[in-house]
Design a protein around this ligand. Structure first.
Ligand SMILES: [Zn+2]
Ligand SMILES: [Zn+2]
Length: 118
């Protein structure tokens, strides 16, 4: 998401906020963009990945609720932001975004590993 009042033509890094924790994009905090400018940061992605992919915990989407990254209603595990409960991301987007950050050599983010295999 963009900070309120952001000049769309001249949006700077710090005007881009994570939809799940509302913290700005910085060099230390990587960001993955979804549809319509929704974003998830590396911090939130770590938690989401741990909960949904590794521990297989999930907060099922409510009736009519969509993943804010792909804007699809998907019948699978989702992660809901503990701070902003309207922010949900589906397992597919968690995995996809994790893959994007993991592969980017300029970003020091790696996929969390489970308790059992690492
Ligand atoms: Zn975040
Ligand atoms: Zn999704």
């Amino acid at each position: 998401m963009q900070r309120e009042g952001t000049d769309h033509e001249q949006a700077r890094m710090e005007d881009i906020l994570c939809d799940f924790c509302h913290k700005p994009w910085t060099m230390e905090r990587a960001m993955v963009e979804g549809h319509r400018g929704s974003c998830v940061c590396g911090d939130c992605l770590t938690i989401a990945y741990l909960e949904v992919v590794i521990h297989k915990a999930s907060d099922p989407p409510r009736e009519g609720e969509q993943c804010i990254m792909c804007l699809e209603e998907r019948d699978e595990a989702h992660w809901r932001s503990p701070a902003f409960e309207e922010a949900v991301i589906c397992k597919r987007c968690v995995k996809q975004s994790a893959g994007v950050l993991h592969k980017d050599r300029d970003i020091a983010w790696t996929k969390p590993v489970g308790d059992t295999d690492g």
